[in-house]
Design a binder for this molecule. Structure first.
Ligand code: NAD
Length: 333
């Protein structure tokens, strides 16, 4: 089967390999001519020194990628998602299944990617929506290391379809969920907590502090998921706590690395710009903060992170203020 991937960076090209291993032909569209050349001429992953199968091709031409398949995998940074979908809508002429594998929420609107798809693509061209998420470093999956993901869709048929085309019995196992809100939200907001975890490490705090912030962070993720209409149990599954574990304590995570630099005293701008690939966490902090205001929910860690990344408070003062909050009972919603 033919499958199109829009965005051939670290994750998009890694998923292309899994799809190719499962017997599919893949066409990747990316805006970076060097990536396209590397994939087509050298059969190399653009970021990792890994040879990828020859039936993965790449193009700069969006129209070619959109017409190649009825399944469009969206894998651009979420800050580019709306403009990419807008462009797709000008050239699409048959129904497509939209599969989002990017992780983010639009801070200006608090929209998840499913909502941006509905906003930008004419309804007659949408043959369903699936969000594929979960604990996953591209650096590991590209080496075919065992990975577990979750495919969420309101349609049982579509989520099971995506489960089947990505799963194999060697290294990739995909579960399904009907909770699109929960899976999308968990995958996005965990990046905010990963930045906080990195900040804590950068400040020289120990494992105790980091584990505490991650645990209280998952509580904030669950609170947001439930406020937006998702299920609490989803926040404690692969796309929530699972992804938080992998992101909030690993140097493979760009969000953790970005937080680490902030915690060590680098400016927010320098920390963000020093990481070549997309860092979703700063936008996730802003989105979480906006959601907190909109739904009137208590998100002490995310709110303090917001003050830090918008340069309204220094990290040390931020930590001090978190510690000085009224003492509480430990409650998980
Ligand atoms: N890297 C991972 O391990 C991983 C795992 C799971 C999910 N994700 C998510 O996948 C998304 C992409 O991450 P990534 O690691 O592949 O980032 P990346 O920066 O490596 O790749 C993004 C790609 O999108 C391309 N791009 C940017 N703007 C574009 C546009 N307007 N049109 C077409 N292509 C465009 C870039 O050229 C780049 O190749 C993020 O939301 C991330 O959170 C990443």
């Amino acid at each position: 089967m033919n499958i199109s991937i829009i965005g051939g960076g670290a994750w998009g090209t890694t998923l292309a390999q899994a799809l190719s291993d499962n017997g599919n032909d893949v066409l990747i569209r990316d805006i970076n001519p060097n990536f396209v050349k590397k994939i087509n001429e050298e059969h190399l992953h653009p970021f990792f020194d890994v040879v990828i199968p020859k039936n993965i091709k790449a193009t700069l031409n969006l129209k070619d990628a959109v017409s190649y398949s009825d399944v469009l995998i969206l894998c651009v940074p979420t800050k580019a998602m709306r403009s990419v979908l807008h462009e797709i809508n000008t050239i699409i002429n048959t129904k497509k299944l939209f599969v989002n594998v990017s992780k983010g929420i639009e801070p200006e609107t608090s929209y998840r990617v499913s909502q941006i798809v509905n906003d930008e693509i004419n309804a007659e061209y949408i043959d369903g929506y699936v969000c594929l998420s979960g604990p996953s470093h591209a650096e590991e999956l590209i080496l075919r290391k065992v990975t577990f993901l979750v495919a969420a869709s309101e349609s049982k048929e579509k989520r099971e379809y995506i489960q089947r085309i990505f799963s194999n019995d060697k290294y990739l196992r995909v579960y399904t969920s009907n909770d699109v809100i929960g899976v999308e939200t968990g995958g996005a907001i965990k990046n905010a907590i990963a930045i906080v975890s990195g900040i804590a490490s950068g400040m020289g705090l120990g494992e105790n502090a980091r584990a505490g912030l991650i645990s209280r962070g998952i509580k904030e993720i669950a609170t947001i998921v439930v406020s937006l209409g998702g299920k609490m149990e989803t926040a404690y599954g692969l796309s929530g706590i699972g992804d938080l574990i992998v992101t909030a304590s690993s140097m493979n995570s760009r969000n953790f690395q970005c937080g680490l630099k902030i915690g060590k005293g680098e400016s927010i701008k320098d920390a963000e710009e020093s990481i070549v690939q997309s860092v979703e966490g700063i936008r996730a902090i802003k989105a979480g903060y906006e959601i907190g205001i909109k739904y009137n929910i208590e998100l002490p860690i995310i709110n303090m992170a917001y003050l830090v990344v918008t340069n309204q408070i220094d990290v040390k003062d931020g930590l001090q203020k978190l510690l000085a909050r009224d003492l509480k009972e430990e409650k998980y919603c």
